[in-house]
Ligand binder design. Sequence first.
Ligand code: NAP
Length: 463
Amino acid sequence: MAIASVSPTTGATLKTFTPLTDAELEARLALAQKTFEQYQRIPLAQRCQWLAKAAEILVANREEYGKLITLEMGKPIAEAIAEVEKSALVCRYYAENAEALLADVLIESDTSRSFIRYQPLGAILAVMPWNFPFWQVFRFAAPALALGNVGLLKHASNVPQSALAIQDIFTEAGLPSGTFQTLLIGAERVAELIADDRIKAATLTGSEPAGASLAAAAGKQIKKTVMELGGSDPFVVMPSADLEAAVTTAAKARMINNGQSCVAAKRFIVAEAIADQFEQRLVEQFQALRVGDPLQPDTQLGPLATAKILQDLDRQVQTALEKGARVLTGGQSLVGSTTLPPELRQGNFYPATILTDIHPLSPAYTEEFFGPVALLLRVPDLDAAIQIANATPFGLAASGWTTVAAESDRLINELAAGAVFINGMVKSDPRLPFGGIKRSGYGRELGSHGLYEFANIKTVWVK
Ligand code: NAP
């Protein structure tokens, strides 16, 4: 895959980049190693000050970075600016909390003094996706750099300008050069990197095949990995739910980021008693969305990030229809459509789509749809809802809607996911751990757990 920014809105190539040569890559690895030796000894308070400065830079330039994100991957501009602000938030969270979270932990044992000390591991490789080109990187980098690790970023090949901007932000914040480096390389060079002794661990956010490939390569080297992979999150609505709030949140939870979020609600599992109302309102909300140029502030649904994502999504929809699903709205690619202004017709536009009557043996029943496509499933009761919610290989997060305490207890206990949100939309938060189970991956980002993933949790026993 070429390393290039290609406008998802118009199809025009904006900028291309030459991948690093072997010698350039070697120089960056050597610099990372050398920087780590010094960086880990810099007082934590100083490292936190640099993170706080990075937060300031992000906030001061949020519009410029937001525009860059929208140009490269097509999310509505307001969401892009909000992503930059959230990236600042995670830098500030660790700047303010790392000292307390990384303090020695005294533990009584058979000696006079024993404790845990958290220490960094070295250079950590981050393989990141394009869907939140800033947020995904900062949520890895902020805790890793606070702890004293150094970061090497292999970003998705379609967001190279974002990748380079992030490196510049850390440099401008005052972090020593080599603390955070962007590597413009293709995915095929990741396995060779993980085999390098100077890389101590890796994290990947992306698809299952990419995760499996990196995890296998790291396994051979006995190196720690964190995997944040796909999801097909259920959104369960029971009869007692506040229907208005549930439908409005459902539309937002499916459409955020033009439908390309790992924790977007993807399967709407609705109790039969309220399903007609829910369906009708959801169709209305999807049809009311303004599709268009994501740089326009009133656009609610922009293009998909690449032509391939659109083709893959459309193929999934057409297969579901062939296997008996029924389309309630949308369902046909908008490429070339005369409903769009001429300058957008070569963009990767796909309409807000709802499919229902999905057969349990249809691939749609278990696959992830990474775009603005909602699957609507009707159930007689909570038992059936939980059974269907768990009937996928994924286990990232889940949202449950009910005002009956016994039902919410069951949803919390029985939904097989890394997170359960009751009467709210699933979202990440710097203070709360984030990650999945099953084929959604393992390990956690954010919160205190995210800080310890790439730490040597050293036991100290002193007599
Ligand atoms: P992807 O193709 O897996 O790409 C993600 C990153 O992995 C890119 O940097 C890509 O590089 C790299 N990559 C691809 N194949 C690789 C391989 N064999 N070995 C090493 N690296 C490889 O993911 P995507 O399809 O763009 O992203 C969407 C997926 O990410 C969805 O499944 C979504 O649910 C998931 N996601 C999960 C989370 C989470 O937190 N759990 C968050 C966001 C997205 P190139 O660009 O150079 O190919």
